[in-house]
Design a binder for this molecule. Structure first.
Ligand SMILES: Cc1ncc(COP(=O)(O)O)c(C=O)c1O
Length: 365
């Protein structure tokens, strides 16, 4: 049994073969089609695809104007990419506490972390469960801060009836290999404002306005660059894989959500185990199914003996020296970090495997 599943559909293979035969591998028609379908099928606002989720976060911070001397608030419960994207701009990552019932950043803790230097907030939807976005966006408006959601785990999740990717000013997704929609490597920055999306399109490719710059007789595009841009765009080969994988995404997401429901029903009341809190106003993308377990290592060992992989996936990132070392005043994060562990929830698990995981956890450890 695998912990993660890398899904490449038959259509994804066919579209990738089409690109390989076409003679056009760079950003082109496939990228445009993928972006259009991300909007049409999943309701994402102005998705600007990139070559990674990290690049999407980096681009979002650039568009928010984050630079040296600025502070950006984020939770420690994430992958290092979230904090490193802030450091790449010469800004300071400031860690806020999380709600240990969900793994997501707590809005009051964000508010306490705000200083005159704060420029942006990066809420992370841990495992695919949406943060308290209304509270976060309201406090960001009050303090004049940009909100860039790190939705690397949350494609397909919804919050109060709206898809993640259509709510805050900007939202960054990851389509890396083990994500539930993969392009091999890739990402997208969704922008609520069309102007931000236009800026993101230019800045993902060296700051050059590709649409309006035509080649001169000398064979060189005529353009000016007025701001630093990056080499962050997606290529057609990656987009073909994403486009092909998009078709069966709703069914695969529904399968993950059904498995999560089976876990909730089957694991309720198990001694030493707490299930994550889920509110009725949002739906989970179920990239991970994270529980809180007493004596976590014993549980992981017992499951491993039965051939079932379990993993913490990512532990708090503030402990890395590059971020200044572990903060000792984040009680919610400390509690979560002691007990969080995820069990497989991907769509390739059979019903028997799901039942065997439930039975193994219920046996105790
Ligand atoms: C929470 C989070 N943010 C950002 C990223 C970065 O995404 P990518 O690997 O596509 O750069 C990841 C990657 O796994 C992640 O888990």
């Amino acid at each position: 049994m695998d912990f993660f599943h890398v899904h490449v559909s038959t259509r994804a293979r066919a579209l990738a073969a089409e690109v390989l035969q076409s003679g056009w591998l760079s950003e082109g028609e496939m990228v445009r089609r993928f972006e259009t379908e991300l909007t049409e099928r999943l309701g994402l606002l102005h998705p600007v695809t990139t070559n990674s989720g990290t690049a999407a976060l980096h681009l979002g911070l650039a568009i928010a104007g984050v630079g040296p001397g600025d502070e950006v608030i984020l939770p420690p419960q994430t992958f290092v990419a979230t904090g490193l994207a802030v450091l790449m701009h010469g800004a300071l990552p400031v860690f806020a506490d999380i709600d240990p019932r969900t793994g997501n950043v707590s809005p009051p803790s964000i508010e306490r972390a705000i200083t005159p230097r704060t420029r942006a907030v990066l809420p992370v939807h841990w495992g695919g469960y949406p943060c308290d976005l209304d509270e976060i966006n309201a406090l960001a408006r009050r303090h004049g801060l940009a909100v860039i959601e790190d939705a690397a785990h949350a494609l397909g999740a919804t919050y109060r009836g709206r898809p993640i990717g259509a709510i805050s000013g900007m939202t960054a997704f990851s389509f890396q290999a083990i994500k539930h929609l993969t392009t091999g490597d890739g990402g997208a920055l969704c922008c609520a404002a069309a102007g931000d999306a236009r800026a993101a399109v230019a800045r993902r490719w060296f700051g050059i306005d590709r649409a309006d710059s035509q080649p001169s007789i000398l064979g060189e595009r005529v353009f000016d660059i007025d701001t630093v841009g990056y080499k962050s765009h997606m290529n057609d080969l990656a987009a073909a894989v994403g486009l092909g994988n998009l078709e069966d995404f709703p069914g695969r997401l529904a399968r993950r959500q059904a498995t999560a429901r089976a876990y909730r029903a089957g694991l309720e009341g198990v001694a030493g185990l707490r299930l994550p809190r889920e509110e009725g106003d949002r739906t989970h993308a179920c990239w991970l199914f994270t529980v809180l377990a007493e004596r976590r290592e014993d549980l992981i060992r017992r499951l491993a003996e039965r051939g079932i992989p379990a993993s913490v996936v990512h532990r708090r990132i503030d402990r890395y020296r590059v971020f200044g070392g572990e903060r000792h005043d984040l009680e919610g994060q400390a509690a979560y970090d002691r007990q969080q562990v995820s069990i497989p929830v991907h769509e390739a698990l059979t019903d028997e495997e799901v039942q065997s995981i439930i039975a193994a956890v219920r046996e105790g450890w």
